[in-house]
Design a binder for this molecule. Structure first.
Ligand code: GRF
Length: 234
């Protein structure tokens, strides 16, 4: 790991629970990135208060303050450069970014999405997963490219869909998975162990537990539990 921590910005529009997971991870010793800026496109985003309580630099760039998307993105770009940001994390940021903006930050901007991409890009992922009747759902972190939710995948976690799940219960299970993989993905990129090359994610030096995460009770068992299980399974 390089001694100099990468400077990460988190872009939010709302609650900010994924932002909080990144902040907590970055506060841990040895984490290779620091959260240098939180930007919201909504003044009423709950996450802003949370970030301020954690003594982080925050900035609100409300859509309504700008005439059009280029003006809004120019202000965003300026704020990021002023803070010498290396990496951008989209954590529930609800505004689409232009191909020009994404191109400028190519390979240095990542997004968390509440489904196992390429399934269910876009909105209402949990409702659509329930309607489709999938037995496994989950979350993905991917590099952001011009096509929404289509960029190369960095980390994924799968969770079971239970027969009696509601949208809310499934969303809560997936959210826990999101909070695991977003800090993992940022770590991999900040350490240069995940990079985007020719439209693909190239991973190197993965350690135990850094593969795709399976968030079922069985998969979360420690090796000792699995050994015990093997002994009692006929
Ligand atoms: C998360 O489910 C994330 O995957 C999606 O928007 C939601 C944001 O939640 N992109 P939070 O603001 O991080 O709590």
């Amino acid at each position: 790991m390089s001694a100099i921590r990468k400077r990460a910005a988190i872009l939010i529009s709302g609650r900010g629970s994924n932002m909080a997971a990144l902040i907590d991870a970055a506060a841990g010793s040895g984490y290779p990135a620091e959260i240098a800026l939180v930007v919201s496109d909504r003044a009423d985003a709950a996450g802003l208060e949370l970030a301020a309580r954690r003594k982080l630099a925050t900035k609100t760039l409300a859509r309504s303050e700008f005439t059009d998307r280029p003006a809004h993105e120019a202000a965003l770009d300026k704020a990021l450069r002023e803070q010498r940001i290396d990496l951008i994390c989209l954590a529930g940021y609800m505004r689409l970014l232009s191909p020009e903006f994404v191109g400028r930050w190519s390979g240095r901007i990542i997004n968390i999405h509440p489904s196992l991409l390429p399934l269910f890009p876009g909105l209402d992922t949990h409702r659509r997963a329930l309607e489709a009747g999938v037995r496994i759902h989950g979350a993905s972190v991917h590099f952001v490219t011009a096509e929404v939710d289509q960029g190369p995948i960095i980390a994924q976690a799968a969770v079971p869909v239970h027969a009696n799940d509601s949208e809310a219960s499934l969303a809560a299970r997936v959210l826990k998975a999101e909070h695991r993989i977003f800090p993992l993905a940022l770590r991999l990129i900040a350490e240069g162990r995940a990079r985007m090359e020719a439209g693909r994610t190239v991973l190197s030096g993965l350690q135990a537990g850094e593969d795709a995460l399976l968030m079922s009770p069985l998969a979360q068992s420690s090796p000792v539990d699995l050994e015990q299980l093997a002994r009692i399974t006929p």
